[in-house]
Ligand binder design. Structure first.
Ligand code: ATP
Length: 366
C-alpha cells in the first residue's frame, strides 16, 4: 500500500480528452476526499504532433514509465501521418506497448442490462467473455521497421517468440481460472484463435499454446481459425470465456466483439506488463463525433475501474479494489436505468452520464 499513486494522464485526440476527463472525475468521486491517487497530465498525440512536430515527447515517456499507472483517452487523427504513411497519433500507444513490454491486452466483452445489441435473441449476461490480445509481438511488432523496396514491394514481418506465446497463454488460463466460465454452459474455457492452417507462425502459436495448456487440466481448451471466429462471435457469443490471439487478430476481433455489446464506446481494455499498466478504452479518437459532447464515456470509465483493480491487487490496497467495484456497480445501474449515449440509441450527453455516475458514487460513499 502506498500513500500516493502517481497516475500519468494523456488525453490525446478527438474524443480522447472528453472520455478521459470523464474517467478522471469518476475515479475521484469513487475515492472521495483523501484519495491516494495523484493525477498529472502530459501531452502526446496527433494534435501535439501538428503543433510541435513531436507525437510522443520524451518527458511524457519518462513520466509514463515512472508512474504507477497510465490513463489515456484516445489517440490519432486521420491524415496526420509520418512520411511512411502511418499515423503519428498512434505512436503513444504503440511505443508504450513495445517499450514498456505491455504484453497482455485484456479486453472484456460484456452485454449490460439496458444496452441494445444488434444480435437478435441475446439479453444481458448472454455475452460475457475476454479477448486477450497479445500486445507486444505479432504483425504489429513490425511497426516502424517494415521495408518498402523501390516503391514496388512492401514487407512487414510477423514475429512470434516461444516466450511471448507462453506468457500470453498462461495469462489466458489464469484469467479463465478467475472467471465464472462461459455464459452458455458455465465451462471455464480458453479458445486459441489463430490461422494455423496457413502460416507457420500461427501453427507455432498453436503448438506452444497446446504445451502450456497441459499445465491447466482444469480449463477446457479449443482452437478456432480467425475467419471462423469472426462468424462465431456473431452466431454463438455465449460459448466463449477467454479467447487468446495474436496482436492484429485481437485488434480486429475486438472491434467486431464491441459491436455485439453496443459498440466501441462499450469496449474497455487494460494493457499490462510485469511492471507497468496502461488503461484506455479499445476505441480510437472517433473524430466524426469529437467536440459534440456525445462521446460514450463508459468504456473509458470501465478501463479506469480496471486500473484501480490492478493497482489495488499489485499494492494490496483494498480501498482501490472497493472503489473499482463501486464504479462497476454504479455503471451497471446507470445503463440499466436508461442513461444511454446516442451510440446506444439514447439521448444522454457525455457530461450527463459523467455527472450521474459521479453523483451516485458520491451518494453511496458514506
Ligand atoms: P483506431 O484504429 O484508432 O482504434 P478506429 O478507426 O477503429 O480507430 P474509432 O475511433 O474507434 O475508429 O471509432 C469508430 C467509430 O465508432 C467512430 O467513428 C464513432 O462513430 C464510433 N465510436 C468510437 N468510440 C466511440 C465512443 N466512445 N462513443 C461513441 N461512438 C464511438
Amino acid at each position: 500500500m502506498k500513500p500516493v499513486y502517481e497516475i500519468a494522464v494523456v488525453h490525446g485526440d478527438g474524443i480522447g480528452p472528453e472520455v478521459c476527463a470523464a474517467a478522471v472525475q469518476v475515479v475521484k468521486a469513487a475515492l472521495g476526499p483523501g484519495s491516494p491517487l495523484h493525477f498529472s497530465e502530459y501531452p502526446a498525440g496527433a494534435e501535439h504532433f501538428l503543433k510541435t512536430g513531436q507525437s510522443f515527447p520524451e518527458p511524457t515517456f519518462q513520466a509514463c514509465r515512472e508512474a504507477d499507472a497510465i490513463l489515456h483517452g484516445a489517440g490519432g487523427l486521420p491524415g496526420v501521418i509520418h512520411p511512411d504513411g502511418t499515423e503519428a497519433g498512434l505512436d503513444f500507444t504503440l511505443r508504450l506497448r513495445f517499450e514498456l513490454d505491455l504484453y497482455a491486452n485484456i479486453r472484456p466483452v460484456r452485454l449490460f442490462e439496458g444496452v441494445p445489441s444488434p444480435l437478435s435473441g441475446v439479453k444481458a449476461g448472454d455475452i460475457d467473455y475476454i479477448i486477450l490480445r497479445e500486445n507486444s509481438e505479432g504483425l504489429y511488432a513490425a511497426r516502424g521497421s517494415g521495408a518498402l523496396l523501390r516503391g514496388e514491394v512492401a514487407v512487414d514481418t510477423l514475429v512470434q517468440t516461444r516466450s511471448g506465446i507462453e506468457r500470453i497463454a498462461r495469462k489466458a488460463f489464469e484469467l479463465a481460472r478467475q472467471s465464472g466460465g462461459a455464459p452458455r454452459d458455465g465451462v471455464r474455457r480458453v479458445t486459441c484463435c489463430d490461422k494455423a492452417n496457413v502460416l507457420r507462425s500461427y501453427a507455432f502459436f498453436r503448438s506452444v499454446f497446446d504445451e502450456v495448456a497441459k499445465d491447466y487440466p482444469d480449463i477446457a481448451t479449443e482452437h478456432a481459425l480467425v475467419d471462423a471466429m469472426a462468424m462465431y462471435l456473431v452466431v454463438k457469443p455465449g460459448h466463449f470465456n477467454v479467447i487468446v490471439s495474436e496482436n492484429m487478430f485481437g485488434d480486429i476481433l475486438s472491434d467486431l466483439a464491441a459491436a455485439t455489446v453496443g459498440g466501441m464506446g462499450m469496449a474497455p481494455s487494460a494493457e499490462i506488463g510485469a511492471a507497468n499498466g496502461f488503461f484506455q478504452a479499445a476505441h480510437g479518437s472517433a473524430p466524426d463525433i469529437a467536440g459534440k459532447g456525445i462521446a460514450n464515456p463508459y468504456g473509458t470509465i470501465l478501463s479506469a475501474a480496471s486500473m484501480l483493480d490492478w493497482l489495488g491487487h499489485k499494492h494490496g490496497d483494498e480501498r482501490l479494489n472497493q472503489a473499482a467495484a463501486r464504479i462497476r456497480r454504479v455503471t451497471e445501474d446507470c445503463l440499466a436505468n436508461g442513461l444511454l449515449s446516442t451510440d446506444l440509441k439514447g439521448r444522454a450527453s457525455t457530461s450527463e452520464i459523467t455527472r450521474s455516475v459521479c453523483d451516485r458514487l458520491t451518494a453511496g460513499r458514506d
